[in-house]
Ligand binder design. Structure first.
Ligand SMILES: *[C@@H]1O[C@H](CO)[C@@H](O)[C@H](O)[C@H]1NC(C)=O
Ligand SMILES: *[C@@H]1O[C@H](CO)[C@@H](O)[C@H](O)[C@H]1NC(C)=O
Ligand SMILES: *[C@@H]1O[C@H](CO)[C@@H](O)[C@H](O)[C@H]1NC(C)=O
Ligand SMILES: *[C@@H]1O[C@H](CO)[C@@H](O)[C@H](O)[C@H]1NC(C)=O
Ligand SMILES: *[C@@H]1O[C@H](CO)[C@@H](O)[C@H](O)[C@H]1NC(C)=O
Length: 719
């Protein structure tokens, strides 16, 4: 039915500094392979690091709609003329998007006029938001854990790439190298059925690609968004990624007959700008897809014109695949946009099914400090010893978490081409649902490490082939007694009087791009299984857009359960509705259940109970908060929201192991009963304390509450 879809490979934006202004530091110069890719090793480990810098005096002015060039100039003129400043300029952008209406401009304001200028722009009714232009620098690091023999120094040798478990040495890992990723994932089975990527448009945002590279059958379009006079890849990265997805010779990619749209957004020096990306995104939407939608409302990510753009892309049926980042093994280190509900966030494993050490871990941290993060990554796949096209022809083998994402993107392209006949049924939500439902769970690995498990191409194909539009949940159940998968929920039972435990479930809606919750989610306790002893409160997004929403389940023990020890069961049901599909009369509806199983114990004695103050901690995305660990010099700013299940995981585990119970306070100090707790833990607070809180804390301490403060370099003014 001529329905084309772009699949964007944003994988390499994984660590995208566009969203991480705070990683604003100089590009590490060590360990960079500066000359053309020379290696002839069996396994090169490659990692992409991103950093971004604010561009002095350049601002991105986002409008609340798409306007022609002249209209935008008029808006800016009107705003700035009225403010009386004279030293400003709109930067002319010449690229393939210039002929179309746009939703932004880049304006230069001088230092002296900055404040007035920004105020004037912000108060113009057509302006949605003004943010700093950022320059993104990417560094490609080649790491080889064993060999140093090609004349380069041993790169990052102190950080073995894959998690060292003691069981496997990296030597064994390297022996696994000759395995071909498309074979391991059984892409051949789909090829044998004649499924080869045909009809799918893949956009690759990278360093470009040569028009005459022998591996590619269908380079449909190459566009230039940089300030360099070439469409070609001068570095090798864009070629490799394109190869994993679509090479048809030597080292085979997943979908050799897919249509490649090469967006050259990084220069040979691996530099890009926010505005290059925004233009390139707009071009893709305007040129190929008719539906346009602007998200208004939603959380205000001040630094993220990018988040809005990604929502807009998926709303236009663009399936977004993105690597979750290389900031593991620390938890809570996901990168945007992989942490978005509408994006497929991919983590990396090796061929022995171990999570890559550097693969970022969940949870998402937008929700902190008041709420609780969502489960991510969505799925994991091999990021080790993946073969792809060499810039000069031939093949090379790379490993690294940023390689796992093109693998999924290639797999998604291939899958999609196999179910094109299913038309509108296939969309960003159903694709994601199929990948998650088919994934194979890895033993001994928790959900914040592996999400739903390992990519299973054939099973995903079967699911998509018979898929019926529906809603689904991630995680699909909550079992507080299942370790280690349900970490951290399985580490501490519920008891009467505790702060509620929050499970923030992602709702995926395959019914349509927009949807709503019908009525309210309902709790159904199972009578013989003590369900009534649980108090279950549900908060949720009434509107689901694009393709997704959330439902947070707040679990606590009812007073009747105060002396119970054992399990309690029930489920929460929620009904989602979307407008009728083409030719349909009735709205689409889908009811999903979230089974819940909780372990209840009697309330521990006061001295065993510790309360962790989350309320005064960092918000995400944070401003410029210096790191607490002053030894980390290359990344002096802290962008991990503190939490016992993210960066304070080890402390939490140690306290649990020694018999303490740790609860999280997401509200002001005036909201808890201190007589229930032995200790209040105030760790690295960033927010101010209200006078009422200070007063209450004083009284609590007088009444026997201990307070432990970790504040290694902040002065806690109020205590
Ligand atoms: C790689 O190295 C081997 C032996 O060291 C050599 O025979 C081969 O030609 C090299 N390949 C390339 C592409 O340089
Ligand atoms: C703004 O000022 C410039 C120069 O002073 C003038 O050319 C332009 O017409 C003015 N635009 C508007 C919309 O007032
Ligand atoms: C890419 O765009 C830049 C900026 O408009 C231009 O200077 C350059 O010549 C273009 N390159 C090509 C190959 O068109
Ligand atoms: C467009 O966005 C609005 C929210 O701004 C949403 O209510 C609506 O459903 C969206 N429509 C489409 C087609 O994406
Ligand atoms: C759940 O996650 C959503 C999406 O990130 C967030 O908006 C919401 O506040 C969270 N809810 C809770 C209770 O944590």
């Amino acid at each position: 039915m001529g329905h084309f879809t772009f699949i964007y490979i944003l994988c390499l934006l994984a660590n995208s500094a566009i969203s991480q202004s705070f990683k604003n530091n100089e590009i590490p110069t060590e360990d960079i392979l500066e000359s053309p890719l020379c290696c002839n090793l069996t396994a090169e480990h490659v990692e992409l690091d991103y950093s971004s810098k604010i561009v002095e005096n350049e601002y991105i002015v986002m409008f609340n709609g798409y306007y022609k060039n002249q209209a935008r100039i008029n808006y800016i003129n009107t705003a700035l003329n009225a403010s009386g400043i004279s030293n400003w300029k709109i930067i002319e952008r010449e690229n393939p998007a210039s002929d179309y209406p746009s939703d932004f401009d880049v304006v230069i304001l001088t230092d002296t006029d900055k404040l007035e200028g920004l105020n004037a722009l912000n108060s113009h009714p057509a302006v949605k938001r003004v943010t700093a232009q950022r320059m993104v620098s990417r560094t490609l690091k080649f790491i080889n854990p064993e060999y140093v023999r090609y004349g380069r120094k041993s790169l990052n040798s102190k950080n073995p790439f894959w998690q060292a478990t003691g069981r496997h040495t990296s030597r064994r890992l390297l022996r696994a190298v000759p395995r071909q990723i498309t074979t391991v994932l059984q892409a051949d089975s789909l090829w044998n059925m004649g499924i080869t990527g045909k009809g799918i448009k893949v956009a690759i945002f990278d360093t470009g690609l040569s028009k005459t590279h022998p591996h590619f059958r269908k380079i449909k379009e190459r566009t230039n968004w940089t300030n360099e006079k070439t469409y070609d890849d001068g570095l090798g990265h864009g070629t490799f990624v394109a190869g994993v997805i679509a090479s048809s010779k030597e080292c085979l990619g997943f979908a050799p007959d897919s249509e490649l749209h090469i967006f050259r957004v990084f220069t040979n020096n691996q530099v890009s700008y926010t505005s290059w990306f925004l233009d390139a995104f707009n071009y893709a939407i305007l040129k190929k897809i008719n539906v346009l939608n602007l998200s208004i409302g939603g959380p205000d990510f001040k630094d993220h014109p990018f988040v809005d753009k990604v929502w807009e892309l998926t709303a236009n049926r663009v399936i977004m695949v993105s690597a979750i980042g290389n900031d593991g093994p620390l938890y809570g280190t996901l990168n945007n946009p992989a942490d978005q509900m509408d994006v497929i966030g991919v983590g990396g494993i090796n061929f022995e099914d171990q999570i890559a050490k550097f693969s970022s871990r969940g949870m998402t941290t937008w929700e902190l400090p008041q709420g609780y993060g969502r489960i991510k990554p969505d799925i994991v796949t091999y990021g080790s010893a993946v073969k792809g096209s060499h810039i000069k022809g031939g093949c090379r083998t790379l490993s690294g978490t940023s390689v796992a994402s093109p693998v999924v993107a290639g797999a998604v392209t291939l899958l999609y081409s196999g179910v094109l006949h299913r038309g509108d049924v296939i969309n960003p939500a159903s694709m994601k649902q199929a990948l998650m439902a088919s994934a194979r769970r890895l033993p001994g690995v928790n959900m914040f490490e592996q999400g739903h498990g390992k990519l299973n191409l054939m099973k995903a194909y079967q699911i998509l082939n018979s898929y019926k539009p529906q809603a689904s949940l991630s995680p699909s159940y909550v079992d507080l007694s299942e370790c280690p998968y349900m970490w951290p929920y399985c580490t501490q039972p519920l008891y009467y009087g505790a702060q509620p435990v929050i499970v923030n479930v992602t709702v995926l809606n395959g019914l349509g791009v927009s949807g709503k919750v019908v009525g309210r989610p309902e709790w159904h306790p199972y009578a013989p299984q003590h369900g009534r002893l649980l108090d279950v409160a549900v908060s949720y997004s009434e509107l689901l857009w694009p393709w997704s929403g959330w439902m947070a389940v707040h679990l606590s023990v009812a007073s009747e359960g105060a002396s119970y020890e054992g399990l309690a069961h029930g489920h929460v049901s929620v009904t989602i509705e979307s407008p009728p599909g083409p030719g349909e009369q009735q709205p689409r509806r889908s009811t999903v259940n979230l089974p819940i199983r909780a372990k209840i114990i009697q309330t521990p004695p006061r001295h065993k109970r510790i309360l962790w103050d989350q309320y005064h901690n960092l918000r995400y995305p944070p401003g410029y908060f210096p790191r607490d660990n002053l030894k980390i010099k290359n990344d002096p700013l802290d962008w991990n929201g503190d939490h016992i299940h993210t960066n304070f995981k080890d402390m939490y585990q140690n306290l649990r192991n020694t018999g303490y119970y740790v609860e999280v306070l997401g509200s002001p100090f005036t909201c808890f009963d201190a007589s229930q707790y032995g200790t209040l833990l105030i760790v690295d607070p960033e927010e101010e304390y209200f006078p009422e809180e200070i007063l209450k804390l004083k009284r609590d301490v007088d009444a026997g509450l201990s307070v432990i403060i970790f504040a290694d370099w902040y002065v806690l003014r109020c205590l």
